[in-house]
Design a binder for this molecule. Structure first.
Ligand code: APR
Length: 231
């Protein structure tokens, strides 16, 4: 089977009702990034940050995968698929994708405030634990923090993502503005021989000289077109 690697972003979950970050009305318009998505913001006001992610988790309980997620899961019938997502939701998994790498962490997990990447203290929350409180502690005695990669933090899953990108026969970019690195740089590792597709309803500026097949559509319609072009 050919190897397909998919880089997904917030637009993938837009049709499920989760706001993107940089579109009009996006999350970063409502909440200052520096406050809720940086280690400095967390140091200054951990309670606010914990509440922000509690709200994101509560929203997770109210949303479902959309047709785009489902079609991507269906791609596993035809290709050896690795989904590399920037999304912290669990909608790819819920739709049935079996191999998902989360570059920016996962809402359903919490970790140590001392060292977020100490896997001994990373914990998957059950649904009734989604509301984390100040004073809830990780195994090392630190405050439980969201298992989210904030701006300025290392992206430990990037290496694994690169090792798959380097072997891709087909590389698909979907629902990301390609603004955030290192994620957007994954394209640089894709072999010259690979076919590259980009699905997004808007025009996306991609910093690359590679030939890209653009499908200018939303996630569901775009995945439908991709499936019909490839199978
Ligand atoms: N279907 C597909 N794409 C869509 C849809 C849709 N229905 N609606 C919007 N989009 C596209 C937008 O046109 C845009 O190109 O999704 C993209 C969303 O871009 P961003 O909001 O910048 O999200 P993303 O690229 O995932 O952000 C990357 O930035 O803030 C951080 O950590 C956060 O993982 C996030 C990272």
């Amino acid at each position: 089977m050919k190897k397909m690697v998919v880089l997904s972003g917030a637009g993938m979950s837009a049709e499920s009702g989760i706001n993107t970050f940089r579109d009009a009305g996006g999350l970063w318009e409502k909440y200052p990034v520096e406050q809720v998505a940086t280690p400095e913001g967390y140091r200054l006001d951990p309670e606010l940050v914990i509440r922000f992610y509690n709200e994101r988790r509560a929203q997770l309980l109210t949303v479902k995968p959309n047709h785009g997620h489902e079609l991507l899961a269906e791609m596993e019938k035809y290709f050896n698929v690795t989904v590399v997502t920037q999304n912290v939701d669990n909608l790819h998994e819920k739709a049935g994708s079996t191999h998902v790498i989360h570059l920016h962490g996962e809402l359903t997990k919490v970790c140590s405030s001392y060292n977020p990447n100490d896997l001994r203290y990373v914990k998957e929350l059950k649904q009734d634990e989604y509301e984390v409180k100040m004073g809830d502690l990780a195994g090392d005695g630190s405050q439980l923090r969201p298992f989210i990669v904030w701006f300025g933090e290392a992206v430990p899953e990037m290496e694994r993502a690169i090792s798959y990108a380097e072997k891709a026969d087909i590389f698909v970019i979907i629902g990301t503005s390609m603004n955030v690195y290192p994620a957007a740089g994954l394209l640089d590792y894709v072999p010259r021989s690979a076919e590259i597709y980009l699905i997004d309803p808007k025009e996306v500026q991609v910093n690359s000289s590679r030939r890209i097949n653009v499908i200018q559509k939303g996630g569901s319609e775009g995945m439908e077109e991709l499936l019909s072009r490839l199978t």
